[in-house]
Ligand binder design. Structure first.
Ligand code: NDP
Ligand code: BG6
Length: 497
């Protein structure tokens, strides 16, 4: 296996062509091209790499380069050579217009790639499918037939959503397997590429202090929280077909749960890690309707200006009951986690933007300070917080004597805030994941069976919500979300962190 970015001597032995399918779209501009530029800037791409944008929109190479240039930043450095690097990068970017279901158009792309790969005959080809899911399989069919590499590897990164229930997932999966092998499919969940999520296994398995506590014996509950302080803004058309459970909970938050709760894998190999994640998902009970709360944001007028509600988005049907907020309690029925509630909460247009894991520990048995100082055990419980974003960090809430002659206890933080500790800018998740795909490292990509089980656990409750027409509880834009989420937490003896 070639490992780019790590072994410079391999750099000129092979060519790499990266095709961004759906290059005219939002994700390509916002995330994929900036990530590719950052990798180039950090010398992580091989010497002979080229990037090809592919979509139906008509444009020439120069227009395409202008489109990319508008989204590139020099966040990695303030060095004066950034402009020069951008120009070098843009010189390697080309655009090919074509239809998604056309072998002939992909063959034309292949000829263009072959010119770019010459004089090297052997090239690796990576296709990033940044397109709506209804055309994934058409592209997989045409690209693999007409544009795959003849002597190097061909890989495809596939974006979520991977279906909208068990049935559509299986259909999508069967279709993809008609054209690609499992080892060619890289199903991306960009949360797995986030620095703090990568660190989760290090925290657990490279420290003695956490792993012994990592079970029902010491942990009361685990909360995985995702909150955004903006609405669906421009993505309402897509979002309304999926809703927050499919958009965030069933994938990003569930993947975090699986990594958090898995047993120690036999090794750090992708298959060992993914085997353990699948076991956690299999041990999970099906999500029950009574353990789910759904909400939808409504407009809010504040200081004379109005923040629009979900239904004010023109691309959303007027009576939509699609949830923009959901909280659910799930249980992993194995020896380690039996009875511990995992609360997953995600919402758009809330009061803050944050993603974090909160681990609340049990009370200290026979706590000496409860009687003496009237310590509130609930407030004084230890809590480990892994802040995924923003202001990445890890902190542990501990009880500490306030210095001085008296005896007072303060609940304070042992705090590892990344920006105070590390100087390096954190790589974007897409940088890590694209590089991993180039290097054939599948650890942070999702295997088919993980998704199969994930859908099995969520499909029945999603169907029930839809068939019963459960009305979401309305919450004002910028608020903390529906009160129902507090009742749900209280029912399971949980206090949201
Ligand atoms: P877009 O809606 O911007 O679509 C990408 C491109 O696909 C468009 O520029 C368009 O190109 C083509 N396209 C759009 N609709 C259709 C259609 N109905 N039929 C055929 N072609 C179409 O998508 P995004 O860039 O937002 O997302 C791409 C993928 O990534 C999706 O699967 C999305 O769910 C996923 N994703 C997106 C995120 C985001 O923040 N945007 C975040 C996480 C995942 P043209 O007309 O030129 O062919
Ligand atoms: C995407 C969801 O997968 O993740 C979006 O489709 C959401 O709705 C986004 O906004 C959040 O990603 P991040 O990295 O900005 O937290």
């Amino acid at each position: 296996m070639r490992v780019y970015g790590l072994q410079e001597e391999n750099w000129d032995q092979s060519a790499l062509s990266i095709v961004v399918v759906g290059a005219s779209g939002d994700l390509a501009k916002k995330k994929i091209f900036p990530a590719l530029f950052a990798l180039y800037y950090e010398k992580m791409l091989p010497k002979n790499f080229k990037i090809y944008g592919y979509a139906r929109s008509k444009m020439g190479d120069e227009e395409f380069r202008d489109l990319i240039a508008s989204s590139l930043t020099c966040r990695l450095t303030d060095a004066s050579d950034c402009g020069k690097k951008m120009d070098e990068f843009l010189d390697r970017c080309f655009y090919q217009a074509g239809q998604y279901a056309s072998d002939a158009d992909f063959a034309a792309l292949a000829s263009r790639m072959a010119e770019g790969e010459a004089p090297l005959e052997c090239a690796d080809r990576l296709f990033y499918l940044s397109i709506p899911p209804n055309i994934f399989t058409a592209v997989a069919a045409s690209a693999s037939k007409a544009a795959s590499s003849k002597c190097g590897w061909t890989r495809m990164i596939v974006e979520k959503p991977f279906g909208r229930d068990s049935e559509s997932f299986c259909a999508l999966s069967d279709e993809l397997y008609r054209h690609l092998r499992e080892d060619q499919i890289y199903r991306i969940d960009h949360y797995l590429g986030k620095e703090l999520i990568e660190n989760l296994t290090v925290l657990r398995f490279a420290n003695l202090v956490f792993e012994p506590l990592w079970s029902r014996q010491y942990i009361r509950n685990v909360q995985v929280i995702f909150s955004e302080n903006f609405g669906t803004e421009g993505r309402g058309g897509y979002f309304d077909q999926y809703g927050i459970v499919r958009d965030v909970i069933q994938n990003h938050l569930l993947q975090i749960l699986a990594l958090f709760a898995m047993e120690q894998p036999a090794s750090l190999d992708a298959e060992d890690i993914r085997n353990e994640k699948v076991k956690v998902l299999k041990s999970m009970a099906q999500v029950r309707l009574e353990d789910v709360v759904v909400g939808q944001y409504r407009s809010r007028t504040t200081r004379g200006s109005t923040l629009p509600g979900y239904l004010d988005d023109d691309t959303v049907p007027p009576n939509s009951i699609t949830p923009t907020f959901a909280a659910c309690a799930v249980f992993v029925n194995n020896a380690r986690w039996d009875g511990v509630p995992f609360l997953l909460k995600a919402g758009k247009a809330l009061h803050s933007r944050v993603a974090e894991i909160r681990v609340q520990f049990r009370h200290v048995p026979g706590n000496l300070y409860r009687n003496k100082l009237g310590l509130d055990l609930d407030k004084a419980t230890n809590e480990l917080v892994i802040r995924i974003q923003p202001n990445e960090g890890i902190y542990l809430k501990v009880n500490n004597k306030v210095p001085g002659l008296g005896l007072r206890i303060d609940t304070t933080r042992l705090d590892l805030t990344y920006k105070s500790k590390y100087e390096a800018t954190l790589p974007d998740a897409y940088e890590r994941l694209i590089l991993d795909c180039i290097n054939g490292d599948r650890r942070l990509f999702i295997r088919n069976d993980e998704l199969e089980v994930a859908w099995e656990k969520f499909t029945p409750v999603l169907k029930e919500l839809e068939e019963r027409g459960v009305q979401p509880e309305l919450y004002p834009y910028g608020s903390r979300g529906p009160v129902g989420a507090h009742y749900l937490a209280a029912k399971h003896g949980v206090r949201w962190g």
